[in-house]
Ligand binder design. Structure first.
Ligand code: SF4
Ligand code: SF4
Length: 68
C-alpha cells in the first residue's frame, strides 16, 4: 500500500519568539503570527518548501512528513 505523504512545516511554539521572519519568506503565505505569540502554519497552504526553516533565527522549524 502506498500512502501519500505530505511535507509540512512544524514550529516549536514554546520556543518561538514571534519575530515573523518565517512569515515574510513563505511563498504560500501559510504562516501567521498567532495573537502575537507564535508562528502558526496553515497546513492546507504549506508545501514543505523549507524556506521558513532556513530563515528562522532560532532554528525551531522542522519539516515533517505526515499522512495526508
Ligand atoms: S515550508 Fe514553505 S510553504 Fe510551508 S510554511 Fe514554510 S515557507 Fe511556507
Ligand atoms: S522565524 Fe522562528 S522564531 Fe521567528 S516567528 Fe518564525 S518560527 Fe518563530
Amino acid at each position: 500500500m502506498s500512502e501519500k505523504k505530505k511535507k509540512l512545516a512544524w514550529v516549536d511554539r514554546t520556543l518561538c519568539a514571534a519575530c515573523g521572519c518565517c512569515r515574510k519568506v513563505c511563498p504560500r503565505k501559510a504562516i501567521i503570527i498567532y495573537k502575537g505569540l507564535y508562528a502558526k502554519v496553515e497546513e492546507t497552504l504549506c508545501i514543505g518548501c523549507k524556506k521558513c526553516a532556513k530563515e528562522c533565527p532560532a532554528s525551531i522549524i522542522d519539516i515533517r512528513e505526515v499522512d495526508r
